[in-house]
Design a protein. Structure first.
Length: 65
């Protein structure tokens, strides 16, 4: 019983050590990813005072009733 508990604790400690090592070695890439994913967004550009004119099609449309 006690050996099973010790084996589980060693396995969990090993996984935690791998996570810490990975995070330490790749921390710059991880921080850049988090900053890109959850960082502050750029402000929206100001809206024009007047709306642009509507787009006009170059093709002639035929209305058949």
């Amino acid at each position: 019983m006690i050996m099973t508990l010790i084996v589980w604790l060693i396995a969990i400690a090993g996984i935690v050590m791998w996570i810490i090592t990975f995070t330490y070695l790749y921390r710059d890439k991880i921080y850049a990813w988090f900053d890109n994913r959850y960082g502050k967004d750029d402000p929206m550009p100001p809206m024009p005072a007047t709306p642009p004119p509507p787009l006009q099609s170059t093709e002639k449309s035929e209305n058949k009733n």
